[in-house]
Design a protein around this ligand. Structure first.
Ligand SMILES: Nc1nc2c(ncn2[C@@H]2O[C@H](COP(=O)(O)OP(=O)(O)OP(=O)(O)O)[C@@H](O)[C@H]2O)c(=O)[nH]1
Ligand SMILES: [Mg+2]
Length: 456
């Protein structure tokens, strides 16, 4: 790379420490008002100086208007440079952000120039990975950043933001402290002969472990179903006989005329999906072909797909037509039963109460249906939710921690086993620590950060 003697010293030091400088376009692909390139590492500052033909250092944390130049000194684009000096930056390293125009060709030309000047193209999540390595955030907060970006509902984004603020991490640290405290008692006992340990102590330790560690873990785990659904979403398949109004219901629920509706039975052939949300949970609604035996090969395939969709869905909504008694019997187990076309009845009270009476045409009964769907998905009313377990990784580690702590508790009291108790509790502590990235977590980092977008 091009640099003067003083910079070279920095470079040698950086390469000795194996600290590369990375760069990437941080804004999404496509055209936009602005496009941002992020550079992080020991050469970030000097690279940006060369890029802009600037001799003096950039001011700290202050936007500076500049031109971005190509090899021949011609302007590629103009925009702002923002310089964050280590360690007060996102990654904890020197970071320079270039704000250019949001044109894919210009941004690519700029990025190429930055790479020629010595930066390496960042891999997905590499900026955040460095932030974790440099102690700017723990692993759980890094995951929360990805979750914030990936959230598809506002409620999910808010929950991710709370994780990012460290609320969940604090709970976990608190549990770890409790385990450490109780572990210290057990370890102290190891140094005394059995008969000197008051037997009551074990009961007390067990009680405290229950109250301060196991119960909170249990409470956390109880939130995992909703928490994970908030981010991963669920699928709900609408099934039933032909012509009962499945497609009409899909259109009504999603608020879009997405599926073709007609009075010809067998209108929907292929499955059709629409995304909407139920109290913050992303729901993929799947319209299916009406179930019936048909000589038509295409329709038969549609029915096969309908059955597949129903078996794979998290929730099945069975639709019947109040005017067609033969449509009232569901094929197999369904979660929610809906009686459609209630507008054709004078009096809906005659409908069996296993069905929710609705009219897809007139939008009647939709609130009740949505309420049932929410209940089925274990939705916690908005405004009442605590910090949730939102990732399978965290849930599994909590389960592991609980298992070790319990195992330890069951061995308490048999003085000869005290070292095993200590071992189990230490393993419980480690499982909790792994949530935050404490301990030997190198093996999981690649998988976690590969799910990030480039530039983050
Ligand atoms: N009166 C009344 N008619 C309805 C209602 N919902 C749907 N329909 C009518 O019922 C017929 C079938 O509606 P669709 O939504 O296409 O029914 P479907 O279950 O998707 O039918 P297939 O795709 O053929 O299986 C159409 O003529 C609709 O206009 C309703 O709430 N009230
Ligand atoms: Mg249909």
């Amino acid at each position: 790379m091009v640099c003067d003697a003083q910079d070279e010293g920095d470079l040698v030091r950086a390469s000795l420490l194996n600290m590369t400088t990375i760069a990437a376009i941080a804004t999404p692909a496509g055209r936009g008002g602005l496009g941002v390139i992020r550079i992080s590492g020991p050469d970030a500052h000097v690279i940006s100086q060369h890029l802009c033909g600037r001799q003096q250092p950039w001011p700290l944390r202050k936007a500076q208007f500049t031109r971005f130049l190509d090899t021949e000194g011609k302007t590629i684009d103009e925009g702002l440079v923002l310089y964050f000096k280590a360690p007060r930056s996102y990654t904890g390293e020197d970071v320079v952000e270039l704000q250019a125009h949001g044109s894919p060709v210009l941004l690519n030309a700029l990025l190429q120039r930055v790479l020629v000047l010595g930066a390496k193209l960042a891999s997905p999540g590499e900026f955040t990975r460095r932030a974790v390595k440099n102690g700017k955030m723990n692993l759980e907060q890094a995951e929360a950043i990805a979750a914030c970006i990936d959230a598809v509902t506002l409620r999910a984004a808010r929950q991710a933001e709370r994780h990012l603020q460290g609320e969940f991490g604090q709970q976990i640290s608190f549990l770890m402290d409790k385990v450490t405290g109780l572990l210290a008692h057990v370890e102290a006992c190891l140094d005394f002969p059995e008969e000197d340990v008051p037997p009551l102590l074990f009961d007390q330790l067990r009680e405290q472990m229950n109250r301060d560690v196991l119960e909170p873990i249990e409470n956390s785990l109880a939130t995992a179903m909703f928490g994970e659904r908030l981010f991963q979403g669920v699928t709900a398949a609408i099934v039933g006989a032909p012509n009962v109004g499945k497609s009409s219901l899909l259109n009504r629920l999603s608020g879009r005329e997405r599926a073709i509706v007609s009075d010809v039975p067998g209108t929907t052939r292929d499955t059709l999906e629409v995304d909407f949300e139920v109290q913050g949970i992303p729901v993929r609604l799947v319209d299916t072909a009406g179930m019936r035996n048909s000589g038509d090969a295409i329709e038969q395939e549609g029915v096969r797909r309908a059955r597949d969709a129903a078996s794979m869905a998290d929730v099945t909504i069975f639709v019947a037509d109040v005017s067609q008694k033969k449509t009232w019997k569901a094929e197999g187990q369904t979660d929610i039963m809906v009686m459609n076309k209630c507008d054709l009845l004078e009096d809906c009270s005659t409908i069996s109460n296993e069905f929710i009476p609705v009219s897809a045409h007139h939008g009647v009964g939709m609130n009740v249906l949505l309420e049932q769907l929410a209940q089925h998905l274990d939705v916690v009313p908005a405004g009442e939710e605590d910090i949730l377990v939102t990732r399978e990784r965290h849930r599994q580690l909590l389960v592991q921690a609980r298992m070790h702590v319990l195992q330890g508790c069951s061995l308490l009291g048999e003085a000869a086993q005290l070292d095993l108790v200590a071992l189990e509790w230490r393993q419980g502590w480690s499982a909790l620590g792994e949530i935050l990235g404490i301990g030997d977590v190198e093996h999981i980092l690649d998988r976690i950060f590969s799910e990030f977008c480039i530039g983050k």
